[in-house]
Design a protein around this ligand. Structure first.
Ligand code: GLU
Length: 460
């Protein structure tokens, strides 16, 4: 059996990290099994769906490298297909028209709640042998209800939750088409999953309640349901379900803040799946390791500090040349064109940065004007060090521009002035890079341009 998975987002809000995890796992499962990954946009809620939300889905997936093999399919473009299947079900007597008014349904629900019963449709319009149905009211378009089996249980072995069994007696007859003939959510999902030959449905566990109903529709249509894996919720830092309303950011925000796609994949992968104690891994390792047997059962909590740490680890592990490509793009957006020093500068600073934006901020100091931190200027630059700074500047005018020669010039200045290394190195760093918190002075100076260093030292 060739694996076919899908991601089926509803474009009703900007997709956040909790949502995109539901794309990562089916993508990874398809990739790791040599299968096919399908993107389906569930846009039938026309009031709440928007093109902007679709764009964030497409951009976010592209950025993270979660490429799909088929689609995107849009449910709104498949309406004819759903109507066709509905007609087949009518012909087979698997659905029936229900004329119960909204008021009558409300009254029924109130009666049931007053009797402490679970609210459910009572089957008034369900045809049965020997049963007389009420008279069809005039001028009323019916909804179409699915004849759910009355007896037995619906059961499945969920890859995350284990075996789940629901008695059919618990399920009422679901409306699968509205009076104007538009199909409802659960029906579209099943028709799509059948037509798209989905073998594994991997999705959020907010759909567990829909699953028994969907399974019954699968069977009514003559198909065995796929394998289901219902992923536990992703919680935000406050322990609530992650949502846009509660401040979750769109996936693309992380792109714009300088997070690396591979680090995001790594972090999201661990948000509900594990491979022993491995915290940091590459995309390739993840695909080699990923399976549905190690999905976590409990809710995962988003932790931005950890995401930043993971990103920093990936950043540090990247080759300087590859980082330079990213940083060059960022600098160009700021109107700065870097030169051949770029990769080496990235290499010198990468282990103190947790995003590429932070790295670009450092690199920028080598290519654009800086404003030294005033507190640090006040602290480190004073009359006691000015003669040493001038002397160093003088020596750097003529010395060969290598780390070793620069280190030698610094040492000589210290010998001549009797200062200790930090007394000289701190002010020089503040002058040249704007802050004393930098890597070693000789390395920083060697990667700076001589003219820039001299000009900045002379400004003391
Ligand atoms: N459109 C649904 C959602 O965004 C997913 C449906 C499914 O995966 O079956 O929650």
């Amino acid at each position: 059996m060739k694996v076919r998975t899908r991601f089926a987002p509803s474009p009703t809000g900007f997709i956040h990290l909790g949502n995109i995890r539901s794309a990562l796992y089916p993508w990874a499962f398809a990739r790791s099994q040599g299968g096919t990954f399908i993107l389906r946009i569930e846009d039938t809620d026309t009031e709440r769906s928007s093109q902007e939300a679709v764009d964030v889905i497409l951009e976010g997936m592209q950025w993270l490298g979660l490429s799909h093999d088929e689609g995107p399919f849009y449910q709104m473009q498949r309406m004819d297909r759903y109507r066709e299947v509905l007609e087949e079900m009518k012909a087979r007597g698997q659905v029936y028209p229900c004329y119960m008014s909204v008021e009558a349904l409300d009254a029924l629900r109130e009666r049931q709640m007053a009797n402490k019963e679970k609210p459910r449709y009572d089957g008034t319009w369900r045809p049965e042998p020997g049963k007389t149905l009420p008279a069809v009211p005039e001028g009323v378009q019916p909804v179409w209800r699915f004849r759910n089996p009355l007896d037995g249980v619906v059961a499945w072995d969920d890859k995350v939750k284990g075996r789940i069994e629901i008695a059919n007696a618990e399920l009422d007859d679901l409306v699968i088409a509205r009076p104007d003939g538009t199909p409802t959510y659960n029906f579209c999902v099943v028709v799509d999953d059948i037509d798209m030959q989905i073998t594994h449905v991997i999705r959020g566990d907010d759909h567990v309640n829909n699953t028994p109903r969907q399974i019954n529709i699968f069977r009514a249509l003559g198909y065995e349901p796929p394998v289901f894996a219902h992923l536990p919720t992703v919680l935000n830092a406050d322990g609530e379900k992650m949502s846009k309303r509660r401040g979750a950011k769109p996936v693309t925000w992380y792109r714009d803040e300088g997070f690396l796609p591979d680090a995001m994949v790594n972090y999201l992968a661990r948000l509900g799946w594990s491979h022993g104690d491995d915290e940091i891994f590459s995309r390739e390792q993840f695909l080699q390791w990923f399976d549905l047997d190690h999905l976590g059962r409990s809710a995962a909590q988003f932790d931005e500090a950890k995401l930043r740490w993971v990103n920093g680890q990936h950043l540090k592990a990247m080759a300087d040349e590859n980082l330079a490509v990213i940083v060059e793009r960022l600098l160009k957006q700021r109107g700065i064109t870097p030169d051949r020093r770029l990769a080496a500068i990235c290499g010198l600073f990468k282990d103190r940065c947790d995003t590429t934006l932070a790295l670009a901020d450092w690199v920028q100091r080598f290519y654009a004007d800086i404003t030294p931190n005033p507190d640090e200027v006040a602290k480190h630059i004073h009359e006691g060090v000015r003669p040493a700074i001038s002397m160093l500047a003088k020596m750097l005018e003529g010395c060969p521009w290598t780390k070793e020669d620069i280190a030698e010039a610094v040492k000589e200045t210290l010998r001549a002035t009797g200062l200790k290394m930090p007394q000289l190195a701190m002010p020089v760093r503040v002058l040249v890079l704007g802050t004393a918190q930098t890597p070693s002075l000789d390395a920083v100076l060697a990667l700076s341009l001589r003219e820039t260093v001299l000009a900045r030292l002379q400004s003391a």
